[in-house]
Every structure is written in structure tokens, then in C-alpha cells.
Design a protein around this ligand. Sequence first.
Ligand code: ADP
Ligand code: ASP
Ligand code: MG
Length: 407
Amino acid sequence: MGLIVQKFGGTSVADADRIRNVARIITETYRRGHSVVAVLSAQGDTTDDLIDKAAEINPNASKREMDMLLSTGEQISCSLCAMAIEAMGYPVISLTGWQAGFRTDSAHGNARIKRVNTERLMQELDKKSIVIVTGFQGINRYDDITTLGRGGSDTSAVALAAALHADLCQIYTDVDGVYTADPRMVKEAHKLEEITYDEMLELATLGAQVLHNRSVEMAKRYHVNLEVLSSFSGQPGTKVKEVVKTMEKSHISGVARDKNIARLALVGLEDTPGIAFKIFSLLASSGVNVDIILQSIGRSETKDISFTVAKSDMDLARQVLEENKESINFDRIDVSDHIAKVSIVGAGMINNPGVAATMFEALFSAGININMISTSEIKVSVLVDLDDADRAVQVIHQRFYSEFGDK
Ligand code: ADP
Ligand code: ASP
Ligand code: MG
């Protein structure tokens, strides 16, 4: 018997029947003698619908008002779920992010959790109530509502699990675990029984949206026992942990793709020291996060530098560079968001030469051109044309999981 935090995503609470299903999962856990805190997302596409509604009124609405609006989606699902549990005869209370003690910084739309004041939660748990908490939100030092960024309810759940020293944090979603690739894109993908925090963090950061990457970072930091499972199937899910016993078996643990990126290329830069420093410090001071960087070999005293940023930062990055064209001194900027990043992740690859070559060979055999490459100890990423992205994931997955017999 212990304390379990259970998080349910948008699809899991999309309509009345699904809310009743979630209420059943929560109350069954409670009946087994556990204390339960459940964190819910907004129903189905509610958050997207709210964003569209705002655009009809004011396409340039302030981030503060957007947070005020977007936070309401989670209030609806939580109150409805509490009502379903009430109807089943169990003690329950729903709390908003601020009632549950979520204190964040003031970065509206992408706020970071600073702390969770758990007094109210503890009081309710002491009364033996089931507690339902709105995901994705908190309040800042001015008591204004903030949201944590899209997909942020996972992070709310892990933060609660860490603050309450929960025994387990279960992320219930619409697939029954973490797969070797997005199971909606690759039919042959298979479920992983376990994955390390580090590999999961890479996969989530590289585009596998099954977990918000900040939730994995936090789970690792606070040693939260994390499990990803389906709210529909009742099957065992995937455990995310520090060390996994299957580590030696596979060279890679998964393939991910990210369509939310853009590439900028500065052409005709002077081939002298200090140029890269100038470019990337300007971007950093404007808050633009740069990912893959490629510099060409200097020729006739000029060179080119290409780099990728999140699609949402593309216009800002271009603007910053154009405003400083004279001091940086370049011929032109080429910008494209018709690209995607496809990556393989696996702690096993560091000791296995040839993993990157296998990935490149799969792409070559499928006639897919690689624009940029970036590697680390546990990942290899390539940039490909947007139209090739899904096929790239499929051919890479097929090559690895038939070649190494990882199935
Ligand atoms: P929720 O609303 O429950 O938070 P999300 O849509 O955010 O759910 O995340 C679940 C989705 O993540 C799945 O439907 C699946 O399409 C996608 N996904 C991407 N990569 C993976 C992966 N490697 N394993 C499992 N699911 C993945
Ligand atoms: N409702 C929010 C979103 O759609 C948060 C979440 O679902 O995690 O991004
Ligand atoms: Mg999600």
C-alpha cells in the first residue's frame, strides 16, 4: 500500500464513457488500499480548439490571457472525473494547479515548475480523499495562471510524484507503452518492457511525444518510478528506470522523428576566427535555442554555417541575423522548414561501431538524401526532407530490427 500518482491524457478522458473508464481505474487503485492522486489533461482536442477560439478573437492575444484560457480545458475534465467518482460513492475532490500548490516561473506558455506546496494535497489525502489535479498549469509569483507548454501534464504528474514522494507515477495514454518507434507510423514497432531515463529523455526530446521530455528529466532527477501504460488495454506498460536489464540486448532502443524544426544557412561568411561566436551569442541572447550546427570547410576565404532551431523560433532567428547582417558579414540567409529530424537512440550504440553506418545505408537504399548529421554517445540524428521523414523512420526501423534480430 502506498501513494500512486496516475496521469490520464486527452484521449483517455475524451468523452463521458472514457471519463467513467478513468474513474474506474482510479477507484480500483484506491480500493486496493492505495492513496491516489490523479492528474488529468484536457478532453480530446480541447486545447487546440481553445487556441483556435482565441485566434478568432485576437490572433495576437497576450501569453497571459492565452494561459488563462488554456488552463480551463483541464478544469473541465477534472471536475467531470470527480463527479464520476462521486457518483460511484467514493470520497473525492478536484483541485486546480494553484490549489494543488504548483508554483512556476512567469514564462507564460512554457512555464517551469519551481516548487509544489503540498499542504492542501496532504490534508485531502489524510482525509482519505481521492485527489484529482488539473495538469499543465500553475501560478506564478503574481498569482497569475501559467501553463507548462504543450504536453505538459506529464510533467505536472511527475512533479507531484516527486513532491509527494509517491511510490509510483503511472502515465496512462492511448498506446500501451513506449515502442521502438511511433506505433501509429511503424506497424512493426514493438513495445519495450523497460527503458532507461537517459534513452527515454533522448527519444522524447527527439520527437517521441509519448512523454513530455521535461517529465523524464524530472523523473530521473528525483528517482521517480515511472510507468507508461494504456488506459484502454489493461496490459502491462513500459517501466522507465535508471538501469534496465535488457541493456546489452539491443543496439538501439528506438527511432524518433521531429517535424517541428527549421534550418537556417548563412552563406558566404568570412573565414576568420570569432564568426561562430558572434552568430550564436546573438541568437542565445535573443532566447533562440540552436540544435544541430554544421560548418563547411573554408574555400576562397569564405565559409557557410547551417543550423537548426525549433520551427517556432525560425522567424525570430532570421530577424536577429538580418538585423546584424553588417556586423556578421554574410552574403545571404537560406531558410527552410520543409525538413524533419530523424534519430536513432540507444545506450548500446557507443560500443558498437557500424550503428550509424547501418542507419545511413538504410536511408541510401531508400533513396533518401541526408542534409545534416549529428551524433552523441547515445543518438544519431539526420536531417531529411519533410516528405521523406515518415518513410525514413520506417526503413531505419526495418533495417535495425531485422538486421539485429531485436524483435
Ligand atoms: P496523451 O494525450 O495521453 O498525453 P500523446 O498523444 O501526448 O498522449 O502521446 C501518445 C502518442 O505518442 C501515441 O498515440 C503515439 O502515436 C505517440 N508516440 C510517438 N512515439 C512513440 C513511441 N516511441 N512509443 C509510443 N508512442 C509514441
Ligand atoms: N492539454 C495540454 C495539451 O494539449 C496539456 C497536455 O495534454 O499534457 O498540450
Ligand atoms: Mg502527451
